[in-house]
Design a protein around this ligand. Structure first.
Ligand code: MLT
Length: 413
C-alpha cells in the first residue's frame, strides 16, 4: 500500500490560474463569437529579443556538430551565464554576489517551491496577504501548515496583511518567524518596497535568525532610481536572504523557462537545537548545492545560451525596449482606468495593476462581470489571499491593441 503525502489533501482548490482558465474556456465554448482579451495570468505576448533568438540558433548549431556538441552541463549552470548575471545584476549595483553563488534553473516558480526541501519541519512561515499562491501552496504540500480555516487561510503561517491603508507594505511581525516571503515589485499588488522598508526586514531577520526568501522576478520594471532591485543592496542581506530571479518577465522566457536563485555562502540555517541550546549553523549554500546537483540536471544549453545574450549590448537594449513596451501598457491601464473612475494601485514600477472592485463587488463577481459583459479576463484578487478580496489584478502583458481595447471596454461599464 503506497501512502500519499496527505498534506496535498489540505489544499483548498485547484491552482488559481488553471481555475481561471477553466472558467474562461467554459465561457468561450458557450459564446464562440466573444472576442476575449486575456489580462489574467501575467504571461508575455511579445516575441523574444532578436539577440536571444540569434544566440539560441547558434546554440542549436553547436549541438549539431561533434566539435561543439554539449551533453550534460554543470547542474548549477554554465559560467558563461552565471558570470554576466553576477556582474550585471548584482556587482554593478554594489551587491557582493559571486558567480558561483548563482544557481541557474528552469524558472523561479520551481525554485521557490524546491527551496523548501532544504528546510526542516516546524519553521514558522510569514507571508504577505495577498500573495503569489505558490508560496502558500508549497508550504501546505510540505506540511508547514495546518488545515484551511473557514476564513480561507491555513492554520500555521503568519499572514501579514497588505492593504491600501498600509500602502500594501505590511509592518514587521511582532513575533519571531523563521522564514519570510517577500516579493518586490509585488505580485499581485504591483507596489514596491523602499530601501528603508527592506532595511527593516533585513534587521529583523538578522536579529531573529530568520531567512528572507526575496522574489525579485519583476525587478526590471522598477524605474524609480531610489528603489532597490535586489535585497543584496541592503547591508547584511548576505547573512539572511535568498533571492529568486527569472528571465520570464525580463526577456519573454515564460515558455522558454529559465531563472536563477542566489544563495550566498555566508547564509546559515540551523540544526534542531537540543533543549535550551542553540542549533548548529549550517551553510545553506552546501545544502542547496547538494539538492540542485542531485535532483536537477541543469537548464538546457540552448536556453542558457539564449539567456546569456540578454547581457550583451544588443540584448540589453532589446530587453529594455521590451520592458518599456509593457511598462507603457501598465501606464495606459493605470491612467485609463483611473480616468474611468476606478481606484488603481501599482502599475508604475511593476507590470500589474491592482484595482478596487466598484460598488464593493467581490473579486469573483467582478471577474464574472468583466468576462461576461466586456469579455476581459482579469485575476480575482481573492485568489491571492483573503486580503485580496474586493480587488482584481490586470496584467500589462499584452499587445497594445488589446490593452487599448480592454481599457475602452471596461470604461464603458
Ligand atoms: C502571475 O500571473 O502571477 C504569474 O505570471 C504567475 C507565475 O509567474 O507563475
Amino acid at each position: 500500500m503506497a501512502l500519499i503525502n496527505e498534506n496535498y489533501l489540505k489544499l483548498k482548490a485547484g491552482y488559481l490560474f488553471p481555475e481561471i482558465n477553466r472558467r474562461v474556456k467554459a465561457f468561450a465554448a458557450a459564446h464562440p463569437e466573444a472576442q476575449i482579451i486575456r489580462m489574467g495570468i501575467g504571461d508575455v505576448t511579445e516575441p523574444l529579443p532578436p539577440a536571444v533568438v540569434d544566440a539560441m540558433h547558434r546554440g542549436v548549431d553547436d549541438l549539431a556538430k561533434r566539435e561543439t556538441f554539449h551533453g550534460y552541463g554543470p547542474e548549477q549552470g554554465y559560467d558563461f551565464l552565471r558570470e554576466p548575471i553576477a556582474k550585471n545584476d548584482f556587482q554593478s549595483r554594489g551587491c557582493d554576489i559571486a558567480a558561483d553563488e548563482v544557481f541557474i534553473s528552469d524558472g523561479s516558480k520551481c525554485d521557490v517551491g524546491n527551496i523548501l526541501d532544504i528546510f526542516g519541519p516546524g519553521n514558522r512561515i510569514a507571508i504577505t496577504d495577498p500573495v503569489y499562491p505558490v508560496y502558500v501552496d508549497t508550504n501546505v504540500m510540505q506540511g508547514n501548515t495546518g488545515v484551511a480555516t473557514q476564513k480561507g487561510e491555513y492554520e500555521g503561517p503568519l499572514y501579514l496583511c497588505a492593504t491600501a491603508e498600509n500602502n500594501f507594505t505590511p509592518d514587521l511581525p511582532k513575533e519571531r518567524v523563521d522564514i519570510i516571503y517577500l516579493c518586490y515589485p509585488n505580485n499581485p499588488t504591483g507596489t514596491v518596497a523602499t530601501r528603508e522598508t527592506l532595511t527593516k526586514w533585513v534587521e529583523y531577520a538578522r536579529k531573529n535568525n530568520s531567512i528572507i526568501f526575496f522574489d525579485a522576478a519583476y525587478e526590471a520594471y522598477i524605474s524609480d532610481p531610489n528603489i532597490p532591485h535586489s535585497i543584496y543592496e541592503i547591508a547584511g542581506a548576505r547573512e539572511c536572504a535568498i533571492e529568486f530571479r527569472s528571465f520570464s518577465k525580463l526577456a519573454g522566457f515564460t515558455g522558454v523557462r529559465c531563472g536563477f536563485t542566489v544563495v550566498p555562502k555566508s547564509l546559515n540555517g540551523f540544526t534542531k537545537p537540543a533543549a535550551s541550546a542553540v542549533g548548529k549553523p549550517v551553510p545553506l549554500y552546501n545544502l542547496w548545492m547538494r539538492r540542485h546537483t542531485t535532483k536537477f540536471n541543469g537548464a538546457s544549453y540552448i536556453t542558457q545560451v539564449g539567456a546569456a545574450a540578454v547581457y550583451t549590448d544588443a540584448g540589453k537594449a532589446q530587453v529594455r525596449k521590451l520592458i518599456d513596451f509593457y511598462k507603457e501598457n501598465a501606464r495606459l491601464i493605470r491612467e485609463g482606468l483611473t480616468k474611468a473612475g476606478l481606484k488603481v494601485y501599482g502599475a508604475e514600477n511593476a507590470p500589474y495593476a491592482w484595482i478596487k472592485t466598484p460598488d464593493n463587488a467581490t473579486s469573483w463577481d467582478y471577474f464574472d462581470t468583466l468576462l461576461t459583459k466586456v469579455n476581459v479576463v482579469c485575476t480575482p484578487g481573492s485568489g491571492f489571499g483573503t486580503a485580496g478580496e474586493g480587488y482584481i489584478r490586470l496584467s500589462a502583458f499584452n499587445s497594445r491593441a488589446n490593452v487599448e481595447e480592454a481599457i475602452k471596454r471596461i470604461s464603458k461599464l
